[in-house]
Write a protein that binds this ligand. Structure first.
Ligand code: ZN
Length: 410
């Protein structure tokens, strides 16, 4: 995509009266958006228990009169705003889930204009921006070419493993591009996806008394052998590839041969092949440690179980892909300085891994302390994030009589 084409399209958009009306509406909708953000923050959405928040979003999207508003089997919620035809289909979403377990107090406290609550930024701000966007589209009634699917996904965080966005793209074959509204800075663009695999490895043996049964293989000793070998793995700095044994547990007492010992392991890479290669090494080590412990005691009683509980695809696209350039231009068009931030693990990973243009695009306002109980959000000028997303969407899907679509139909 020629950069001048991209910047021309944003110039054309900014010259459209209807687009300016929509941008102005978003500014007047700011307080409403922040109030909605507070209300939604106070509806807890623990991992795998997003349903109440999802039903709330379903109702809000219906009230805003999107078409085909629905909840899919996985728990995602979405509705469509139809274009005039002949343009690409874009999915725009924020994630419904937070990292906080059931029972976490999510009441929002305000101090000096700053909002404090677990989940107030990540990603409730994204949901609030999404709703403000839908209002702006309905209010200004811009005649855009492509369809926009607005929605909330489940399972973005941790063990959720991107289950929502995976289910969505596995079912919707006709989507040409994706924007995830997530992250604390409106000038940030994430266009590369870090892949990760997560495992629980459990060694199991006969156990026994440390003195009386000496000679039996030990689960903790096998675990130690595995960890020592994992610690010696060498991975590439570029593409960044990492590993860690995060947690270990096992054994029952100081004078017992451990019958069971386990660890959790996190492997990551910005490259699919590197991640797979690292995983293969890791699996070989885990099995070899079991074999070595058995051999040491001339036994076959020790076994190993490997459970993979995390699987996020690595994904990359060109830094000059149309969706990345459009994201940058939308930010510049509002006086910001776009920043392409390092690869990350977000909802955009999955469509990107399927070859669908996708970005994770930061929200307006300022935020910090994500994934901690001290999470905060400063709403000052937060509407700029919503305005950016409006421009970005229009740039990608085209506007009748104003601009061509930057996103290609697949
Ligand atoms: Zn998030």
């Amino acid at each position: 995509m020629n950069p001048s084409t991209v910047s021309e399209i944003f110039t054309e958009l900014r010259e459209s009266k209807k687009v300016e009306e929509a941008l102005a509406f978003i500014k007047t909708d700011h307080e409403n958006t922040v109030a909605e953000q507070i209300t939604i923050t106070e509806i807890p959405a623990p991992p795998f228990k997003e349903q109440i928040r999802a039903e709330d979003l379903l109702k809000r999207l219906k009230d805003l009169q999107l078409e085909d508003v629905q909840m899919d089997a996985e728990g995602n919620v979405f509705g469509v705003r139809r274009g005039t035809g002949g343009g690409p289909t874009l999915f725009v979403s924020a994630h419904l889930d937070t990292v906080f377990p059931e029972g976490t107090d999510t009441a929002v406290k305000e101090e000096g204009g700053i909002l404090y609550a677990p989940g107030v930024g990540d990603d409730t701000r994204g949901l609030a921006e999404l709703l403000s966007l839908v209002r702006a589209f309905q209010e200004a009634d811009i005649q855009h070419k492509g369809d926009i699917i607005f929605g909330g996904t489940v399972g973005e965080e941790g063990a959720g493993n991107l289950r929502g966005v995976k289910a969505f793209f596995d079912q919707q074959a006709n989507v040409d591009g994706y924007i995830s509204i997530d992250g604390p800075d409106w000038e940030n663009i994430i266009y590369l996806g870090t892949g990760s695999y997560r495992f629980t490895v459990t060694y199991k043996g006969p156990g026994g008394h440390s003195f009386g049964n000496f000679g039996e293989p030990s689960a903790t000793h096998a675990l130690g052998r595995a960890i020592a070998a994992i610690a010696e793995l060498r991975t590439k700095e570029e593409p960044r590839t990492t590993f860690t044994v995060g947690e270990v547990s096992g054994g029952t007492s100081v004078n017992a041969i451990a019958a069971e010992a386990s660890m959790t392991v996190d492997l990551r890479s910005n490259d699919k092949g590197e991640l797979q290669g690292l995983a293969n090494h890791f699996l070989t080590i885990v099995q070899a440690a079991c074999d070595a412990e058995n051999q040491r005691w001339n036994s076959d009683k020790l076994t190993v179980e490997i459970d993979q509980f995390g699987d996020r695809p690595s994904a990359s696209q060109s830094a000059v892909a149309a969706i990345v350039q459009a994201s940058s231009e939308a930010i510049r068009s509002l006086g910001g300085q776009p920043e392409l931030v390092g690869p990350s693990s977000t909802d955009a990973n999955y469509p990107m891994s399927l070859g669908i243009p996708a970005v994770t695009s930061g929200t307006g306002g300022k935020a910090g302390g994500a994934h901690t109980l001290g999470e905060w959000y400063d709403p000052a000028n937060g509407y700029v994030g919503v305005q950016k997303h409006l421009l970005l969407i229009l740039g990608l899907i085209g506007v009748d009589g104003v601009s061509e679509a930057l996103l290609e139909q697949r």
